[in-house]
Design a protein around this ligand. Structure first.
Ligand SMILES: Cc1ncc(COP(=O)(O)O)c(C=O)c1O
Length: 407
């Protein structure tokens, strides 16, 4: 494709105007919305208002008057359409890691003698670590890892819950959610999906797939800001029977009765533990507003087209790079990775030129495609700069090899 052809695609893009809602810094081509979404322009004012007016003036009254106490359910309901859930099946709380803990323990508790958490090796580390921590503390619990190709056949009568990440954080390989969920149910297991790399980027239909449980991040494609609170989903049919192991007062049926004994709240309320982070919830709610009124199927189709353009351009410009993601666009999420033995300095030199992706060791250059604020010319240009960096060897200098704590 020529640059003019990419420009023509932008001119015909019905979502092009959405970019103006995001504060993409001048000179930056941001291909890392799968790690930390760009700041939506309205977020600063919304957070400032929450601080100055709701907190500063309203003080403690704002728990009622500004709707703070309802924020976890209200913001959860706004995430629901992005993941194929009903509004009362999603709540915002804690981090993805903590939500994984709550749901895995709850699933084990509801599954009688079944004691196995089944997952895949190479799943996102926190998913594995949380499962391992549960196995280390709950008697008889075992974490079983099986290659993704053999997951369905590995679900036996000992498996309580299958825990998988829908779109893999490294390769973007995407599971067939409906098929795997069906396999879990056929063997009597519950199905828990981590949607961190899916929600807001690819179609997700939890209820269409019959999924039981799900978690996901607020700071990636949902643009909630660094460390944004996460969300969790429990299918309506399970809500009354699953119990959170973190029985904090905010999950109590009547927290302001201040009784001594715990009684789980109804619906998704019981998945709250402590006091919700109101400033962070305000930022997440502002981020979600970008999806209001958007035709999601068309938005996701744009994301796929952006990734396809990048893969094609990189393929023709960068013979040294091997695609580490599925070649079939339908089999991957909204990011792609390429392997390069010197991936770290290559990415560092790209970032120095304003093309921001990230590096996942030992050798992956990872690029995310966020249709809300990326255009076709942006992607074309990013591929051109990557081609220049590799052809010139400009990445091969000492300063690009010095690693930061976060890659
Ligand atoms: C699949 C997946 N799960 C979980 C997380 C992070 O969880 P937490 O927000 O608890 O740090 C990430 C972060 O990149 C992720 O990719």
């Amino acid at each position: 494709m020529t640059r003019d052809e990419a420009r023509a695609l932008d001119a015909a893009d019905p979502f092009a105007a959405l970019k103006a809602r995001f504060a993409v810094p001048e000179g930056v081509l941001y291909l890392d919305g799968n790690s930390l979404g760009v700041l939506p322009r309205d977020t600063s004012a919304r957070v400032a208002d929450t601080v100055a007016r709701e907190w500063g003036e309203g003080l403690i009254r704002s728990w009622n008057d500004a709707g703070w106490i309802d924020a976890p359910m209200r913001v959860g309901a706004k995430i629901a359409p992005l993941i194929g859930a009903q509004p009362h099946e999603v709540v915002v709380a804690d981090s993805t890691s903590v939500n994984l803990h709550k749901l895995l323990v709850a699933a084990l508790g509801a599954q009688g003698g079944r004691r196995v958490i089944l997952t895949e090796p190479g799943n996102f580390p926190t998913d594995l670590y949380i499962a391992q921590g549960i196995a280390a503390t709950l008697p008889g619990v075992e974490v079983r890892t099986v290659a993704r190709e053999r997951i369905a056949e590995a679900i036996d009568e000992r498996v309580a819950v299958v825990m998988l990440t829908h779109v893999h954080y490294r390769t973007a390989a995407m599971f067939d959610m409906a098929a795997v969920t069906q396999a879990a149910h056929a063997a009597g297991a519950l199905m828990l999906w981590d949607l961190s790399h899916s929600a807001g980027a690819v179609p997700v239909d939890l209820n269409g797939a019959g999924a039981d449980l799900a978690v996901g991040c607020g700071y990636k494609y949902l643009n909630g800001g660094p460390g944004a609170p996460a969300y969790l989903f429990v299918a309506e049919r399970h809500q009354a029977r699953l119990a959170s192991p973190l029985t904090g007062w905010m999950g109590h049926a009547t927290p302001f009765d201040f009784g001594d004994d715990y009684a789980a709240g109804a619906g998704m309320k019981r998945w709250l533990a402590g006091t919700p982070p109101i400033l962070a919830l305000a930022a997440l709610e502002a981020g979600l507003a970008a999806f209001d009124g958007v035709d999601l199927a068309a938005l996701y189709a744009k994301g796929r087209a952006l990734a396809e353009l990048f893969v094609a351009e990189v393929g023709s410009r960068c013979p040294d790079l091997a695609l580490a993601s599925p070649t079939d666009p339908a089999a991957r999420g909204s990011h792609v990775s390429f392997a390069h033995a010197d991936g770290y300095p290559v990415m560092a030199s790209l970032i120095a030129r304003g093309v921001i992706g990230d590096f996942r060791g030992p050798d992956l250059l990872r690029f995310g495609f966020t249709p809300l604020y990326l255009g076709f010319e942006d992607v074309w240009r990013a591929a051109e700069i990557l081609g220049e960096v590799l052809a010139s060897g400009a990445w091969d200098v000492a300063r690009y090899r010095a690693r930061g704590a976060v890659t």
